[in-house]
Ligand binder design. Structure first.
Ligand SMILES: [Zn+2]
Length: 431
């Protein structure tokens, strides 16, 4: 494990949030003793030295995401060792260029420098007009940057191999989720660090105490990952989540439309059939149902009409849109009652309240969000007191926005979390 020099690298949260002014619950002590404060999305394995602090935290459960090659095993062992941890296995869109889409055919790893650079040129933008004979200065610079990136990467794996590994991890961890997955159109690929070679990637530790493979303070290259590549990696993981009926934790930045259509493709043809008012009245007459029933809907599980053979669900049962930053109309789109998956909206101080405007937008979205679809997360890259502080801050903000006492808010959000992660099934175990 990492960090002979743990103490020298005390983990710090990235930025101060907008102050929480006029907290109506300022006099109420935070109810850690309820034992139901949850972090719906975080990355403590990015700072391995911080993991020893989890046991002393006030938070009852941390939902720990994996994102890339370097953190899958770390999250798996933490999930086995620490009863407070709900592990999640997934490949983040920031790293989607490190896989190639073999369309489930079982391809080989791309090992040679030439294969890696060709793959990178096909999934990153901007791309030079010619990889082998660049003529303009701009193209020559792009080729040099692609070559440096290719040289810094280990073998590029086929998507199907990653999916097969993840299926096995999920089967080994019956309570695990799929995450972090998603689409990010704003992200740029970091430049390789100076002297960063494939052979340097064998150690799980760096001098900084950060797990390798993340940003690690590197400068950003000009390259973005093409949306089609990100969508392919996301869609394959959504299919796996549907197959194993696991909840998912989803990242979306500047991609709300594409993210929605990719998620919606999973339930296409399996939408809930909403009954018309007249149909509701007919059913009420025939079957004695209350005409005022508001959520009349049918899906594959309904008891109305002749029994049809059960269809395999093609969508994940629950979807958490983490650090949700969309506007109110996007929230409404996800709340369409025909959507058969249950969509949750999770908020963090680090992302949602890092600016005054962001905080204001979050307040509008939270006001429009049904009480039973709210979650809280830290999205932080280290565990311990700063993570507890970030959670308390976001819980206090949500309770203030919803006009709940802290006791009430922590209880409600805790119930939402239990439903999101399908706690009952976790306890019973899964087939
Ligand atoms: Zn995250």
């Amino acid at each position: 494990m990492c960090g002979q020099d743990n103490e020298k690298h005390e983990w710090q949260p990235p930025q101060a949030a907008v102050a929480l002014d006029n907290d109506p619950n300022a006099d109420e002590a935070f109810p850690w003793d309820q034992g139901s404060v949850y972090d719906a999305h975080c990355h403590p394995t990015d700072t391995m030295a911080s993991l020893k602090a989890i046991a002393g935290m006030g938070a009852a459960t941390l939902t720990v995401m994996s994102t890339r090659a370097q953190d899958q095993d770390l999250v798996a062992s933490l999930g086995k060792e620490d009863p407070k941890v709900v592990p999640a296995f997934g490949w983040h869109p920031w790293f989607s260029y490190q896989l190639y889409d073999d369309h489930g055919k079982g391809g080989d790893n791309l090992v040679s420098l030439n294969d890696k650079r060709r793959h990178l040129a096909s999934v990153l933008v901007p791309s030079p007009s010619s990889l082998d004979e660049p003529t303009t200065d701009k193209d020559k610079q792009l080729v040099a940057a692609l070559d440096a990136l290719a040289a810094s990467l280990p073998a590029i794996r086929p998507l199907s191999a990653f999916i097969a590994d993840t299926r096995q991890r999920l089967l080994d961890h019956p309570g695990a989720l799929v995450g972090e997955i998603g689409i990010d159109k704003a992200f740029r690929v970091p430049e390789p660090a100076v002297g960063d070679k494939d052979s340097d990637k064998t150690s799980p530790c760096t001098v900084s105490g950060l797990t390798p493979g993340g940003r690690e303070g590197r400068r950003l290259s000009p390259f973005r990952v093409q949306p089609a590549q990100q969508t392919a990696v996301l869609a394959a993981q959504l299919r796996l989540a549907a197959e194993l009926q696991r909840p998912v934790s989803v990242h979306g930045v500047q991609a709300h439309g594409l993210l929605f259509s990719t998620l919606a493709a999973t339930w296409k043809g399996q939408e809930k059939k909403l009954l018309s008012h007249r149909q509701r009245r007919q059913i009420a007459g025939i079957e004695g149902l209350d005409d005022e029933t508001s959520d009349s809907e049918t899906d594959d599980d309904d008891d109305n009409g002749p029994k049809k053979p059960k269809k395999e669900k093609t969508y994940p049962p629950a979807i958490c849109l983490h650090s949700f930053s969309g506007p109110v109309d996007m929230l409404q789109q996800y709340l369409n009652p025909a959507i058969p998956a249950t969509i949750y909206f999770s908020f963090s101080t680090a992302v949602n309240c890092s600016t005054t405007n962001g905080c204001q937008r979050t307040a509008e979205v939270v006001a429009a969000c049904p009480d039973d679809r709210l979650l809280v997360e830290s999205d932080l890259h280290g565990a311990g007191a700063p993570m507890d502080a970030a959670l308390e801050d976001m819980y206090r903000r949500l309770c203030a926005m919803k006009k709940w006492t802290l006791t009430e808010g922590v209880k409600k959000i805790g119930q939402n979390y239990d439903t999101f992660i399908q706690k009952t099934k976790r306890i019973k175990g899964r087939p």
